[in-house]
Design a protein around this ligand. Structure first.
Ligand code: PEP
Ligand code: MN
Length: 345
């Protein structure tokens, strides 16, 4: 990775770097971080002469040769001072970043979503979530509906809160980006769908769109998890948040095996913020608050929580695992207290 002396290479400087790279059949990708640009070398990087020639240019601060399966996501990379923002909020700056909302938007009852959104705004959350298209284990279960996109857009309009929706394929991604969603969510089932990850990176490169990347449920190792994020960043979008959400096989009684304890490991290896999903992890409303507090104690930068104004009348996961917006409000306060007293290595 190439780190310039200034915050960005000008056109002439970039051309000079590109010319050297092309002598070695490599190309250069500009990655726009919050404070500066870094430049990834694409192609066979194992060419010492190329590194030396680029490092020798007067406007280059250094060329990093980090031996890591995830060069850009690595804590030692030139992006280590990158901060992810959602809307106007920097994730994990002064308090836990809270995304909350129903699992699934019910297109037949938009008011449930809209009322939940207003109650969550009142509860002090930073962003709204809501499933428009749903990855369902059972092919006969409700799969989502394009109309739900307009409902969550209306909720953003009315509350002013940024929105997070999951996309599972190219078509959904394009619709989400046309609607200028603030956060594109990649679910656990697509956590290693590298073509989708690349496409998300390409179509959001240089934009403010953030990506909430869930951990692969089949116990994706920290390396696999971070490498998935690398696919997005390597296409030009460093606004990635890592989301542990429980793995399978489940701990008996829970929906999955809770994995908030992976947080310090992730933060030790990468600069990316960690936003834990306690709802899918434990899968029962009663257990979500404890899991949320544990995640913050482990050093998470935020939480993604399922919440519904009337869980019993919700669809998807909401009847079993959504908590009331009032509970979210209590959790925002309790998590902020834990945040102040957490132990960070
Ligand atoms: C969701 O957030 O509703 C969801 C389907 O999540 P996951 O991909 O973690 O199962
Ligand atoms: Mn869900």
């Amino acid at each position: 990775m190439i780190i310039p002396k200034t915050s960005k290479l000008n056109e002439k400087q970039l051309q000079e770097v590109e010319a050297i790279a092309s002598d070695f059949e490599c190309s250069i990708l500009e990655i726009q971080g919050r404070n500066r640009c870094v430049y990834a070398i694409l192609g066979d990087e194992g060419r010492e002469v190329m590194f030396k020639r680029i490092a020798g240019l007067p406007f280059i601060a250094k060329v990093d040769m980090i031996e890591s399966p995830y060069k850009l996501m690595d804590r030692r990379s030139g992006l280590s001072d990158h901060r992810v923002r959602v809307g106007k909020t920097e994730v994990g700056k002064d308090k836990p970043f809270i995304i909350a909302g129903p699992c699934t938007i019910d297109p037949a009852n938009p008011n449930f979503y809209l009322e939940s959104a207003h109650a969550l705004k009142e509860a002090g959350v930073d962003a709204l979530r809501g499933g428009v298209w749903k990855p369902r284990t059972n092919p006969y279960s409700f799969q989502g509906d394009n109309h739900s996109l307009s409902i969550i857009l209306q909720a953003r309009e009315e509350t002013g809160l940024p929105i997070d929706i999951e996309v599972m394929d190219s078509e959904q991604l394009k619709l989400a980006l046309e609607a200028k969603v603030d956060v594109v969510q990649v679910g656990t089932r697509n956590a290693q769908n590298y073509r989708l990850l690349k496409e998300i990176g390409q179509l959001t490169a240089g934009s403010n769109t953030a990506v909430l990347l869930k951990r692969g449920r089949h116990m994706a190792s920290p390396t696999e998890f971070i490498a998935s994020a690398e696919y997005i960043v390597a296409e030009g979008n460093p606004n990635v948040m890592l989301c542990p959400r429980g793995t399978t096989p489940p701990l008996e009684g829970y929906r999955n095996h809770p994995d908030e304890s992976i947080t310090p490991l992730l933060k030790n290896r990468t600069w990316a913020p960690v936003v834990v999903d306690p709802s899918h992890s434990v899968g029962h409303a009663d257990f979500v608050p404890a899991c949320s507090l544990a995640a913050i104690a482990y050093g998470a930068d935020g939480l993604c929580i399922e919440s519904h104004i009337q869980p019993a009348k919700g669809i998807g996961d909401d009847p079993k695992q959504a908590i009331l917006p009032q509970k979210v409000k209590e959790l925002v306060g309790a998590c902020t207290e834990v945040w102040k007293n957490r132990y960070l290595p």
